[in-house]
Design a protein around this ligand. Structure first.
Ligand SMILES: NC(=O)c1ccc[n+]([C@@H]2O[C@H](COP(=O)([O-])OP(=O)(O)OC[C@H]3O[C@@H](n4cnc5c(N)ncnc54)[C@H](O)[C@@H]3O)[C@@H](O)[C@H]2O)c1
Length: 276
């Protein structure tokens, strides 16, 4: 997909961080934008800013971990703008950080995997059939992470490895089908967003009844990591790179080379594990 003006983009997680930057950037490219987020006030702010700048934008409150919400999002996009050419499955949370993986509860898994992985499954199986029916150039962007390319450090990393793998399978299937639909797996490094306050939108029914032993340490980690991200790449810079990647139909978009040593170390360790 290399022509954007007049086309329709759906962006999840558009209330903050990269999603907001992507919605803003696609609008600047002349696209009609459907902005989705679970946090109503943040979503409203994005919609207001884009409308005031003269763009066509629709806001749809969406919990991406619910398939019915994603279907409703697609219905709203089609009702308002008649088509969907680009979808950014972008919403995500830092998820479970409270302890070792064996101590995670069903609710920790449901929240983290629901928002980071099932959302992308739902996005793919809702929007790709619409794009196939349109039979026009279209593109799917799945936000994975640099943690998808290195050894997964935690539950978040598990979900991002899965998002990357899903993107690779999707791209191969679309190629085999001869569909005019591209796929980009975006792997951001350290970006200045609110990711480490993802907890703010954890639904009450998926909160643990009791605080786990690691709750204080996780709070400290979140605050420290928020500081690290604050010094990271501005989301608008990622948006610039994303537009270029979609234009050239790049399957992988890694935002920088800062993680190369870890990427190489993982793959060398995998090779070293090969038994001839
Ligand atoms: N910031 C980084 O350094 C970094 C690095 C790699 C990958 N990522 C990924 O980038 C994506 C965007 O995150 P960000 O860094 O901009 O963080 P952010 O917290 O600034 O934005 C995420 C947005 O997703 C929304 N959201 C959370 N749960 C949701 C749900 N259930 N349904 C719908 N919306 C929901 C939040 O309300 C928020 O507006 C995520 O997938 C994240 O994992 C971020």
């Amino acid at each position: 997909m290399d022509e954007f003006a007049g086309k329709v983009a759906v962006v999840t997680g558009a209330g903050s961080g990269m999603g907001k930057a992507f919605a803003t950037r696609w609008a600047a490219e002349g696209m009609k934008v459907v902005a989705a987020d679970i946090q109503q006030d943040a979503l409203d702010a994005t919609v207001k800013e884009l409308r005031e700048a003269g763009h066509s934008v629709l806001g749809v409150r969406t919990d991406v971990s619910r398939e019915s919400d994603i279907v409703a999002l697609a219905d709203a996009a089609l009702a308002e703008f008649g088509a969907v050419h680009l979808v950014c499955n972008n919403a995500g949370v830092e998820g479970y950080l409270e302890g070792p993986i064996w101590a995670a509860t069903d609710k920790d898994w449901a929240w983290t995997v629901g928002v980071n992985f099932w959302s992308v499954v739902y996005g793919v199986r809702t929007f790709v059939p619409i794009m196939l029916r349109q039979n026009e150039p279209a593109h799917v962007v799945n936000t994975a992470s640099m943690t998808a390319v290195i050894s997964a450090p935690n539950m978040y990393g598990i979900t991002k490895h899965a998002v990357l793998a899903l993107s690779e399978v999707l791209a191969a299937n679309l190629r085999e089908a001869g569909a005019p639909i591209g796929v980009t797996a975006l792997c951001p490094g350290t970006i200045a967003t609110n990711l480490f306050y993802g907890n703010r939108n954890r639904p009450p029914e998926l909160r643990n009844d009791e605080e786990p032993p690691g709750a204080d340490a996780a709070r400290e980690l979140r605050a420290r990591m928020h500081g690290v991200l604050s010094a990271g790449m501005p989301p608008a810079e990622v948006a610039d790179k994303l537009v270029a990647a979609v234009r050239r139909n790049a399957l992988y978009l890694l935002t920088d080379h800062d993680w190369d040593d870890q990427v190489i170390a993982r793959h060398e360790a995998l090779r070293a594990g090969t038994v001839d």
